[in-house]
Every structure is written in C-alpha cells, then in structure tokens.
Design a protein around this ligand. Structure first.
Ligand code: FES
Length: 110
C-alpha cells in the first residue's frame, strides 16, 4: 500500500490514507471521503480535483500534460505546485506523499 496524506486547506487537519499502485490521488480521496470533488471523474474537464503537491514529491511526478496545464490555468489559487488529483497516479516512489487541499475550487462543468 502507498501512504497518502491529505491536508485540509486551513492546514489544521491531516488525513492519513492508503492507496494502491495505479490509483489516482482522486481515487484515494474518494475512498476515504476526502473533500476533493472530481466532478468530471478524471476526464480533465472540471478542475475540482485541484490540489497542491508537497514540494519534496513534485520531482517524483511526471510534468503535467498540456491538457492538465490548460485546466490548471482556470483554477483559483494556482501555484507552482498545483496539480489535478485525477492525473497523479500512485507508484511506490510516491509512498508518503503529502498533498494540500485548496480552500476552494471552481467547477468548470457548471
Ligand atoms: S476530476 Fe475533473 S479534472 Fe480531475
């Protein structure tokens, strides 16, 4: 199992979760009822799975595709470590990954 820590937007609460290789961060968030919507279920059409990846793990993750970049450009609170949770697929190098949830998201499907 691969450990994933989701940190609430206000930084006060951490949720320690476990996922399997091949699952996305969004899959894990849904399994544990974490507040990460994922309205388009991974088809890169909503950006409601926006999160911030802890800097120490950023280099372990493939750079975002052009489609992911385009969708990230539409999010609130874009930062250098912003990513879409549905596009980050777990592997053993990401064991212990820490991700911060944004305070708010914008649902492009609405
Ligand atoms: S779930 Fe919609 S972009 Fe990730």
């Amino acid at each position: 199992m691969i450990k994933v820590v989701f940190i609430e937007g206000d930084g006060t609460t951490e949720h320690v979760c476990e996922g399997e290789e091949g699952q996305s961060l969004l899959d894990v968030a849904h399994k544990y009822d974490i507040n990460l919507e994922g309205a388009c279920e991974g088809s890169m059409a909503c950006s409601t799975c926006h999160l911030y990846v802890d800097e120490t793990f950023l280099k372990q993750i493939p750079i975002p595709s052009e489609e992911e970049e385009d969708m990230l450009d539409l999010t609130y609170g874009l930062k250098a470590n912003s990513r879409l949770g549905c596009q980050i697929i777990l592997n053993e190098k990401l064991d212990g990954i820490r991700v911060h949830l944004p305070v708010s998201t914008r649902n492009m499907l609405l």
